[in-house]
Write a protein that binds this ligand. Structure first.
Ligand code: FES
Length: 64
């Protein structure tokens, strides 16, 4: 895999506490789970240290 591979980017882990990938979060956002609270409820992302909060909010903003 290279940095130019879009799948590599999608498989990037956004929340390291729960190992939630960008792809998993994007899939939920596209299904209408478009708040931090709702994606957190579905994946557990952002329920640990909270370091991923800004990255998740940015991902939500990208899709809205
Ligand atoms: S990295 Fe997401 S809660 Fe810690």
């Amino acid at each position: 895999m290279t940095d130019n591979n879009p799948n590599a980017k999608n498989n990037t882990v956004i929340c390291h506490c729960t190992e939630t990938s960008r792809a998993a979060l994007t899939d939920l956002i596209q299904k209408g789970f478009d708040t931090l609270e709702s994606v957190s409820r579905m994946t557990g992302a952002c329920s640990g240290c909270g370091a991923c909060e800004m990255a998740i909010l940015e991902l939500i903003a990208e899709h809205n």
